[in-house]
Write a protein of this length. Structure first.
Length: 379
């Protein structure tokens, strides 16, 4: 039967789009079901500030009455303004192992983007680089950590055979308890703290006024420290607040650190307990199921993801990043976390990758890829 591509037009269609993800992972023990409520919030054009500067069209692929794939086409105006290009994006890609389905999905997404004046299609980004991105290329033997993507290995061939080429690789570094507090790192950070008079403090979650100030500091450092990264787009104030509102629900205040040098903010680090370790049991993706699993199984969480660790350019030669890693690790171990993932890191970020290998003594255990191809109308 022919593949039919249908655009999402209403809430009923959107629920089909969201829930279709379960179809592609029903027999996969490593799949962590997303929260349906979180997905609805992400796709909400009124609540998600991403849509104040960007557009997205979701598509479902059918054979008869059966859903066999999905994709979203994304026009990110802030990206194109920042990078002075005409790149469109695809995201939320899922498909059965059938090249005809994948080709039809990428054709529909590419056509939608081309009609809006974009000349290439890159992804997966769900829906931007400030969200979940990348196709898993290596490391299919474990579940994804919080806010990291997961997919079957055959997606690699589907995407490549649809004409997309790998343009960037992202690394996920694994650090265990032994590496966390190595003697080398401890000696180094002690010297650095004394030399540059570095002080660290946790983000103040309890005092509303101070928390607001700390969020402004996090926002400033995040946007400035990553400014020159490949593909990076600064978050708007509303986007950052939207992200903070989500993350503070799972954050441990002791794992959110601000580094100061001479009384001025110099860097930040944020480690999130890997709640995916318990959400993997929430098979239906319901809020009630998530709450139950977190309440009854949270003591089993012994992993964290270092989602943010950055230092302002003017302080990068001080070694402040090593101090942040050490302090974050020390606090993580105190709450029973024995393993961490630093992700994601661009393959071309030599400074960060070198530090993770030589100072933190981590190892690359997963790789993700971003793919791209030129597009045109009636391709």
């Amino acid at each position: 039967m022919n593949v039919i591509i249908r655009p999402i037009q209403n809430r009923k269609d959107l629920m089909k789009f969201i829930k279709s993800q379960w179809l592609f992972y029903k027999n996969d023990p490593l799949f962590v079901p997303p929260l349906i409520s979180d997905r609805l919030k992400l796709f909400n054009r009124e609540k998600n500030p991403f849509f104040k500067h960007s557009e997205m069209q979701e598509f479902l692929a059918y054979r008869g009455d059966e859903i066999v794939g999905r994709i979203a086409a994304i026009k990110n105006d802030n990206h194109n303004i920042t990078h002075q290009d005409k790149v469109g994006f695809f995201g939320f890609f899922e498909s059965i192992n059938d090249q005809e389905v994948a080709d039809a999905l990428f054709s529909a997404a590419g056509q939608w983007l081309a009609e809006r004046g974009l000349t290439s299609m890159r992804g997966p980004e769900d829906p931007s680089q400030n969200d979940e991105i990348g196709l898993l290329l290596e490391g299919f033997d474990s579940s994804p950590m919080l806010l990291m993507k997961y997919n079957p290995p055959y997606y690699i061939d589907l995407i490549k055979n649809s004409g997309l080429d790998l343009v960037m690789t992202l690394y996920a570094w694994l650090v265990d308890e032994e590496s966390y507090l190595s003697e080398k790192l401890e000696r180094m950070q002690n010297i650095i703290r004394e030399r540059y008079k570095i002080t660290l403090r946790p983000v103040n979650f309890k005092n509303k006024k101070q928390f607001k100030k700390d969020v402004e500091t996090l926002k400033y450092i995040y946007n400035m420290a990553w400014e020159k990264n490949w593909g990076f787009v600064k978050m708007t104030d509303e986007e950052f607040d939207f992200l903070v509102d989500d993350l503070r629900q799972v954050a441990d205040p002791n794992l959110a650190l601000i580094c100061e040098i001479g009384g001025k903010p110099a860097g930040v680090a944020l480690g999130l307990p890997d709640i995916n370790q318990v959400l993997i049991n929430n098979k239906r993706g319901t809020m009630l199921g998530a709450a139950w699993n977190l309440m009854t199984k949270s003591k089993k969480i012994n992993q964290m993801r270092v989602i943010i660790l950055g230092v302002l350019k003017e302080y990068r030669n001080t070694g402040a990043d090593a101090v942040l890693y050490y302090e974050l690790s020390k606090r993580a171990i105190a709450r029973g976390i024995t393993k961490g993932e630093a992700s994601w890191v661009l393959e071309i970020n030599e400074e960060m990758n070198r530090a993770l290998q030589q100072v933190v003594i981590g190892k690359i255990y997963k790789k993700y890829g971003l793919f791209e191809k030129p597009i045109k109308i009636n391709q």
